[in-house]
Design a protein around this ligand. Structure first.
Ligand code: GLN
Length: 189
């Protein structure tokens, strides 16, 4: 399982995978991606990650993502996966791996970080979710299923084998979201 390791909390994702007894491979170059069958895009700063992503890696993620490689994005990773970004930088081209529109930093300064219990059939009940300058899903096509909502906002979505979370499962000790993604990866082998 690859974890994009250009910036952000990729170490926490690698640790979460270890806790699930899965080897995580840090991905920095296009050639790194050749060694993995699925990818996690971590939380951090989507603008910085987009800037640090070399064109070959970007093209490879897009090509393999379109060809069915399972991908999970958390927070900034969700932003990278979107079709449209509101509040992005002019030069921030999304990867368009999912048919969603997102708004960056959608919760505003007053509540820019918070923790909440969210419920989802994906994790078989309720679990903790850490939101840090989180995005909101502003649009989604009918193929995109909502897996969880919080305060009337969609915070977890799945489209085929793509999973995007507005929060950071990697920053809690609850591994059920990683396990859910690993089960999606398993289904697609
Ligand atoms: N606001 C960040 C961005 O736009 C995402 C924050 C996060 O990943 N915690 O990329």
């Amino acid at each position: 399982m690859g974890v994009l390791a250009l910036q952000g909390d990729f170490r926490e994702h690698l640790a979460a995978l270890r806790a699930c007894e899965v080897e995580g491979v840090p991905i920095r170059l296009a050639s790194d991606l050749d060694a993995v069958d699925a990818l996690i895009l971590p939380g951090g700063e989507s603008t910085t990650m987009a800037r640090l992503m070399e064109p070959g890696l970007r093209a490879s993620i897009q090509r393999r993502g379109a060809a069915g490689m399972p991908v999970m994005g958390t927070c900034a990773g969700m932003i990278l996966m979107a079709r449209d970004i509101q509040g992005g930088r002019a030069d921030q081209e999304p990867l368009k791996l999912m048919d969603i529109g997102v708004r960056r930093n959608a919760y505003g300064r007053q509540i820019d970080s918070f923790e909440a219990e969210i419920e989802s059939p994906a994790i078989g009940g309720a679990g903790p979710a850490v939101f840090i300058r989180a995005p909101q899903v502003t649009e989604r096509s009918p193929e995109v299923k909502e897996l969880a909502s919080h305060a009337g906002q969609t915070v977890a979505v799945r489209q085929a084998n793509k999973l995007a979370l507005a929060f950071h499962p990697e920053l809690t000790s609850d591994r059920r979201w990683h396990q859910y993604f690993l089960s999606i990866d398993g289904e697609h082998r």
